[in-house]
Design a protein around this ligand. Structure first.
Ligand code: GAL
Length: 932
């Protein structure tokens, strides 16, 4: 049995190396040899025959069919008929059985499946490419095809984000998938620049994520593909490359409607690379670093390197690896701090050698989460030498940290107890859609950090590799997750369709890519899967996935998030960590739910702890509390947590949820209730709130909308009141107090208008127009102070908070005047001229004294001068159906957001002007420099 307490950093079992014959077959049938795109840097300029990693994001042509009926029939596989949209299901509905379909037309799946072979352990289960070249005669894959009428795009590209939104109940894409035109079949084409001097090199295409069912042709030859849109994958283009000639790449994507419970995005929405190597090279995801015996004076660093010999002859290789410290920006810092003994191997042609080494790192600087620890990083640089000549150089970023998953006390990082203060995050980045952008992701993490969040659950799929670079660098703990469904389905066309063929390769590829990241501390192989309901049969599937993951990495425990399975059921026996969704607080406990056929569960922390005394318990999902920023609905419940109903936290006419932050979806609970449940059970390791940022799609409870309500932060990145409730609890050392609601209630004079205060203090006194409304103290398991019988009168609300009897923090809210002007605030004053960097500008509607007018919704128009363009605007209103790229947008409760992107290679000053009828305009100036 795997020991949870003091989780060991044992030597990891090597994967079996593919036999020579098979490997050759794989190679010559155009399949796939592998290099790690995540860690390999563009590092070999002096050695043009060594490794190069070249971004090929720019200069693509894009075409999408207007409808599926017009599209070509180059399909991956046939699909079952759709029986219903997800918009009418509750999020925790029981997943249902797959429907069988038989192919009645030619499908390309047999040519795509061999791409998976390197991630299928049993060589007998490897797929053999059939003869033939399907699609080879299709015009779009021909070198001669004229694509100049196709749209010019740069990657990462999300074909749906620009809209328009589809409104109404009859929309093709409903609220669940975000009302954006995400479904459909599309093609990307690009000519690759392959000089004649590349002859003899291997050339790989590395795609970090394409949504979905990607199939790739090069020079008219079907090379392979990868259906799951969230994974990273590689194709070996070498057999079809013409060095010095025309090399035409054509990629077909097919993104089905009814395939997701949230907005998946569509297109090649992550980075794409060409990796060129010597025939003898470090394999894909070819290094694996683990650390053990960690003390202040030393740590043992273990290294495994896989070297592929794809040349025609046997080679003698020397592998040398040195370790360097990385600075806070991720740059190599000074001289090597440790060196591994040189490793030698004789590798027969077509074989992979697995070498292992170990070294002592003196006075290791540990990786750990702020604020109490620092996320120090190292890089191992592995050089391959053949006859004394360097033929490859490969970088592996890693960290040194010890983890303990204690069933009675929770998580320890480097010996320090760390309560998991986490959030769930979907992959979209708000108004820019799913197209990955490092700055947009970094901004999200900065805002979450400000709130006191220290952990992210990548719900429910592998993130962009750059997001893990950020979590490594910024010190967030990560629960890395691979699937939302197994063989039972949540939507008619979701991942369950490809689970039988792809679950092993997807799971192995996922772990191999991310296992060197110190921020990743737990693997999750499922979320609320239907197999919770199918006893031993379901558990067997879970066990298989867990075993796969542990074979690839046994230094981290696994979990699967369970909203239904109870301690006496089969599935909870499988994972190393018990991951509970909502069950800790109990689900649908109020009497109103009596007799429901939905999940109804008494609080489960104690029963699980009793049944599994050796497993740590973690809430993988909590809350699903909902609110609309700045919307307050009356009357206000006296309870601490309530399901959303019309007249009680909700208003289905305007599709908004009250920001008193007391209301949750039917199976969820308010933040207050979750805090109490966790604090009463100190053995619980912490929580991942559903969720950090609002996301596109899944707008529970109002599916007429376009984006979610459950974020603590709205889609534009503006904190809702809940942000301060979490900050008060998660950053007890930060003096802060926050009053809600706003104080502009002309229609409520004399009416009861409750005032709630979130503070990191333990006591507070509230004043209305200078008159005390009483001093209140938080009772045990209370997380807000509430004055529920305040009668509204205009003027000033002020709160003075105390901690241990001493004045600690204060906050003031005033009745404002009418809108008079705009104020704009850029999140950064200088950005990079790399064509990717972004500045996020908040535009506020203010009265004549500069105070934000809470309920203002004036229309604002934005324009920009200088080396930049406005790529999107937003206001955080889940019901706003104005397309994201629009430069005109109404404010939502006083705020609007403009997202501006630099132009590649152009320096200067950006001038953003925001105008609104009758209001004083606002101007922001932002500098653009090279190599900022
Ligand atoms: C959970 C589910 C999440 C999300 C959430 C919405 O049951 O795991 O993916 O759907 O509900 O409240």
């Amino acid at each position: 049995m795997f020991a949870i307490v003091n989780f060991k950093f044992d030597v990891i079992h090597m994967r079996k190396f593919i036999s020579t014959g098979l490997k050759r077959l794989v190679f010559f049938s155009c399949m796939i040899l592998f290099v790690n795109p995540l860690f390999a840097k563009d590092q070999d300029n002096q050695n043009p025959k060594g490794r190069q990693r070249i971004s090929i994001n720019d200069g693509w042509r894009f075409f999408k069919y207007d409808s599926i009926s017009e599209a070509d029939k180059l399909i991956y596989d046939v699909r079952p008929a759709v029986s219903g949209s997800n918009d009418y299901k509750v999020a925790d509905a029981k997943p249902t059985e797959a429907v069988e379909v038989k192919a009645t037309q030619e499908v390309l799946k047999p040519w795509i499946l061999p791409t998976a072979n390197a991630f299928i352990k049993d060589p007998r289960k490897h797929f053999t490419r059939p003869a033939g070249n399907p699609g080879g005669d299709f015009p779009f894959v021909q070198n001669s095809f004229n694509d100049t009428s196709w749209e010019k795009v740069n990657l990462p590209h999300d074909w749906a984000a620009k809209g328009p939104f589809q409104t109404g109940w009859k929309a093709e894409v409903g609220g669940g998938m975000g009302r954006l035109p995400v479904n459909g079949i599309a093609w990307y084409r690009k000519k690759l620049d392959i000089p004649a001097s590349d002859a003899g090199r291997l050339i790989f295409l590395d795609i970090d994520g394409a949504m979905s069912y990607a199939m790739v042709w090069l020079n008219g030859h079907l090379v392979g593909g990868w259906p799951y849109g969230y994974n990273s994958w590689r194709l070996n283009l070498t057999p079809y490359i013409v060095p010095g000639g025309v090399n035409q790449l054509a990629i077909r994507l097919d993104n089905p409607n009814n395939s997701s419970r949230w907005y998946p995005g569509g297109g090649i929405y992550r980075n794409v690379w060409l990796t060129k190597t010597n025939p003898v090279h470090v394999g894909q995801y070819g290094t694996y670093i683990t650390t053990k015996d960690i003390s202040a004076s030393s740590a043992t660093v273990n290294l495994k390197v896989n070297i592929d010999n794809d040349s025609e002859s046997s080679v003698n290789i020397v592998a040398k690896t040195q370790i360097f410290a990385l600075d806070a920006k991720g740059k190599k810092n000074g001289k090597a701090v440790a060196t591994f003994k040189s490793l030698n191997a004789t590798i027969a042609p077509g074989q992979t050698a697995g070498l292992e080494g170990s070294t002592d790192l003196k006075n290791p600087k540990l990786w750990g989460p702020p604020p109490s620890q620092t996320p120090n990083l190292y890089v191992a640089v592995t050089s391959l030498l053949q006859n004394g000549r360097q033929i490859d150089s490969y970088e592996t970023r890693f960290g040194v940290r010890s983890l303990e998953f204690n069933p009675d006390k929770g998580l320890f990082v480097n010996g320090e107890h760390i309560l998991i203060k986490g959030v769930n995050q979907h992959h979209d980045l708000g108004a820019i859609g799913a197209a990955f952008n490092t700055r947009a992701a970094e901004r999200q993490l900065e805002i979450l950090r400000e709130m006191g969040c220290n952990a992210i659950r990548m719900s429910h799929n592998p993130p962009a590799p750059e997001l893990l670079e950020l979590t490594d660098r910024m010190g967030f703990l990560v629960l890395d997750e691979i699937f939302d469904s197994w063989i039972r389905k949540k939507t008619d066309l979701d991942f369950h369709l490809i689970f039988p063929d792809w679950s092993e390769p997807d799971a192995r590829a996922f772990v191999r890519r991310d296992r060197n990241c110190p921020s990743v501390i737990i693997w999750s192989f499922g979320n609320e899967v239907g197999e919770q309901y199918t006893g031993e049969e379901g558990a067997a599937i879970g066990r298989r996935l867990k075993d796969i993951i542990r074979e690839e990495d046994d230094t981290r425990p696994t979990t699967t998030a369970m909203n239904y399975a109870k301690p006496d059921m089969a599935l909870p026996k499988v994972p190393d960590i018990i991951g509970l969704n909502y069950q800790g607080e109990g689900i649908r406990q109020s009497p109103a739910f009596e007799g429901t056929d939905r999940i109804r569960t008494a609080p489960q922390y104690d029963p699980f702890h009793a049944q599994f005394p050796d497993k740590m318990i973690l809430s993988t999902e909590t809350a699903s509390a909902a609110s609309s920023r700045g919307v307050y609905l009356f009357p206000v419940s006296k309870e601490i947590s309530e399901p959303i109903r019309d007249g009680n936290g909700g208003d289905s006419k305007i599709c908004q949820v009250s920001a008193y932050e007391l209301y949750a979806v039917d199976f969820g609970s308010s933040a207050d209730m979750v805090f109490a449940a966790t604090d009463k059970h100190p053995f619980v390791a912490g929580e991942f709130v559903w969720n950090g940022f609002d996301y596109i799609g899944e707008p529970t409870p109002y599916y007429e909308a376009r984006s979610s309500y459950t974020g603590i932060i709205d889609l534009a990145g503006f904190p809702k009141d809940r942000f301060y409730l979490y900050q008060a609890h998660w950053r007890p050392e930060l003096p802060m107090a926050h009053i809600l609601p706003h104080w502009n209630w002309t229609e409520r004079i004399g009416k009861i208008t409750p005032v709630h205060v979130f503070t990191s203090g333990d006591e507070a006194e509230l004043f209305l127009n200078g008159k005390s409304l009483g001093r209140k103290m938080k009772e045990k398991y209370e997380y807000r102070l509430r004055w529920d019988s305040v009668k509204y009168e205009p003027g000033e609300l002020k709160v003075i908070a105390y901690k241990n009897g001493k004045q600690w923090a204060e906050d003031t809210v005033k009745t404002t005047g009418v809108p008079a002007g705009l104020v704009s605030e850029a999140d950064r004053k200088v950005i990079d001229a790399d064509g990717k960097d972004l500045v996020f500008v908040t535009v506020k509607i203010t009265d004549k004294d500069g105070m934000v007018v809470p309920r203002s919704d004036n229309q604002i128009e934005f324009s920009v001068e200088g080396p930049a363009e406005i790529i999107a605007t937003d206001n955080g209103d889940a019901t706003d159906m104005v397309s994201f790229p629009s430069v005109k947008r109404k404010a939502f409760n006083g705020l609007c957001l403009v997202i501006i992107r630099s132009e590649k290679g152009k320096q200067g000053t950006i001038k953003l002007t925001a105008k609104s009828d009758g209001l004083k305009e606002a101007i922001s100036l932002i500098k653009v420099t090279k190599g900022k």
